[in-house]
Each structure stands twice: as C-alpha cells, then as structure tokens.
Design a protein around this ligand. Structure first.
Ligand code: KG4
Ligand code: ZN
Length: 330
C-alpha cells in the first residue's frame, strides 16, 4: 500500500511517499527555519503563508522523487493535529483536495503518533514499550501494549523540553532554534553551573521545565548585574546535563514500573546527541530504538508510517471533511 503523506503542523512543509508504513520512497522537507530565525521563534501567520506558497512545489517534488504514477498511490494521509491551526489547515486542504480529485481515501494522522512511528521506519517497534516523546510542543511518556494503543503516563505541566531549549538559547543570544546549537556547544563545555534537576514528584511521570528556564534566566541576569561574563559553552553543558538527567530518570522509572524491554525515543529533541548517548548507555540491557536524525524532527515520512497503522486500525475517513486540531490527544 503506497500512502502519500503530508505534514505541515509547524514550520516544515513536507510530503512523503511511504510503502506499507515502512519503505520511504521519498521524503521532501522544506524548512522555514531561515525565515523564523529573524523573529527568534515561529510566527504562526508567516508559517501558514509559506506553507501555502510551498505546498504544491513540495507535492510535485515528492511524487517525482518517488518515481510513482498517481494511479499507484493507494491513499492520502495528513497530520490533523496537534499543531498550529493555520499551518495544519494548509496541509489538510492540500491533502483533501488531492485525495478528492484523484478519488483516493483520506487518512487523518496524529502528529505524536507520527513521531513514535518514525522509529518503525528503519526498525520494527516491539511491544510492550515505553516511548519518551520530546519535541518543541510536547514532552510525554507513553506506554504502548500494541500497535496504535497509547497510554499517557505523564507529560510536561508547563514548557515542552524543546521549547525550553529554544527559549534558553534565546536568553544566551543564540539563534532560533536553540536546541541543536545548545547540543553542539554543550560538548565544548562542562556542567559547572549545576542547575536544578526538576524531578517534581519523584514517584510520578510528569515533567516541568519552566523552573529550569527561570534558573538560567536568573543566572544570566545576576551575572550581567555584577558585570561577570557567562561561559556560554558551560551554561549549555549545564542546562543539557539537567535536562538529560531528568528525562532519563523518569524514563527509567516508567521502564522499571511497566517492566518493558523495549524503549522508543522520539520527537525533535531525540536528535540531541547527549540524550541519545545517555539513553543508549543507561538502557544497554534493553532494546532502544531511536530514529535517525532526519526522522526525529518534523517530516512527512513519519506521518506516512503512522498512517498505515492508523488505516489498519480505523480505516479511512468516510468523506473528505477533516478539521485541524491545535490540541489532539493520542
Ligand atoms: O519534533 P519537532 O521537529 O517539532 C515539534 O513537533 O515540536 O521538534 C522541534 C524541537 C525544537 O524545539 C528544537 O530546538 C528541538 O526539537 N531540537 C533539539 C535538537 N534538534 C532539534 N533539541 C535539542 N537537541 C537537538 N539536537
Ligand atoms: Zn513534531
């Protein structure tokens, strides 16, 4: 089954063709980072406008690269949420119009399921598993006993971890998105600032990153007042060490409590080298699946992968009416 997948929930316009939820025939991703970096973060209205401008170009490119005819495409899928509503609607309208015009079934896909199923592209996810999903909008621990069965164990009560990375990056004067840059600079520094580890309830699975963000803000504020210089590499290393300690601690608790052998690390922050190393190291005796970098950050191949399993479970939509949802649970 060849599925055309569309992803436009934030600032990446992406179209992919994926066979049987696994074989990626093409995955074209057009990032708007260069534009949003001018404003220090994603501006929703500008993101939607660029999705409109780029969508048909990305569609054409993905179909051309996959080397398939339109007849060979069995279904069309698209991210229906969660995400920026204006951005989602551009992808949804493009996908629905293409499906309707070519008489193909339409499948609505949850973006978070997409991030988890990214791990099924290069490997086979096995159950039961615990997934740590860490992105710019979400930080969640999820238990899955089978395909498309999601039990939310815990989540962030305030900022998502990627959002905290980007905001802390901005405080340090680094360009948007701060996540990948902090990751790079952390390697050059040491955990000398010893920031707090926000574990919240040590027995729970929820997260909180806003206090950690404030701790960085206060540190920079007081240093500026006293005329002291901040070592940016050390601050990056300190922030990253705190984040990784908390994420891996809570992940380990869920893995032990639910007695699973299989672990998935997914979402944009799963691209973080420090986190990847720590999780691989801490769970040496388990089966850890982490998608390769290109499938961690937003892309349509992961939507095509999840669409296949969504279709097996729920079938396609009855008609071409699909609304976007800025929040959408798994
Ligand atoms: O999954 P994603 O592409 O979009 C959302 O669904 O939110 O995640 C984007 C987030 C951004 O906050 C970005 O800074 C973060 O992932 N990110 C990273 C790294 N690469 C991307 N954070 C830490 N280390 C990285 N290497
Ligand atoms: Zn995402």
């Amino acid at each position: 089954m060849i599925i055309l997948a569309v992803e436009s929930s934030c600032d990446e316009t992406s179209v992919a063709l994926v066979k049987d939820g696994k074989e990626v025939l093409s995955n074209v991703v057009l990032s708007q980072i260069n534009i949003h970096t001018l404003y220090g973060g994603v501006v929703p209205e500008i993101a939607s406008r660029h999705h409109v401008e780029n969508m048909t170009i990305v569609f054409d490119e993905a179909i051309k690269e996959a080397n398939v005819t339109i007849d060979e495409i069995d279904a069309v899928s698209v991210t229906e949420g969660p995400g920026l509503i204006g951005s989602l609607l551009v992808g949804i309208n493009a996908a629905a119009a293409f499906a309707f015009a070519n008489n193909k079934p339409l499948i609505g896909v949850n973006h978070l399921a997409g991030h988890i199923y990214a791990a099924n592209i290069e490997n086979d996810i096995q159950f039961p598993l615990v997934a740590l999903l860490a992105s710019g909008g979400h930080t969640e621990l999820i238990y899955m006993k089978d395909h498309m069965s999601f039990q939310l164990l815990g989540e962030t009560l305030d900022d998502a971890v990627g959002e905290a990375y980007d905001k802390v990056g901005r405080m340090m004067g680094l360009p948007y998105p701060g996540g990948p840059i902090i990751d790079e600079r952390a390697v050059l520094g040491k955990d000398t600032y010893h920031l707090p580890r926000p574990y919240l309830d040590i027995n729970g699975y929820d997260f909180s990153f806003s206090g950690l963000k404030s701790a960085v803000n206060n540190l920079i504020y007081h240093a500026n007042r006293k005329g002291e210089t901040i070592d940016v590499n050390d601050l990056c290393a300190s922030f990253q060490a705190s984040v990784i300690d908390v994420l891996s601690f809570k992940l380990e608790k869920a893995v032990n409590d639910f007695k699973v052998d299989h672990i998935v690390l997914a979402g944009g922050v799963a691209a973080n080298r420090g986190l990847r190393n720590k999780v691989n190291e801490r769970f040496k005796d388990k089966h850890v699946l982490i998608p390769s970098l290109k499938y961690c950050t937003d892309n349509a191949a992961m939507i095509g992968a999840a669409a296949y399993f969504t279709y097996l479970k729920k079938g396609a939509l009855k008609d071409y009416r699909l609304g976007g949802h800025s929040s959408l649970d798994l």
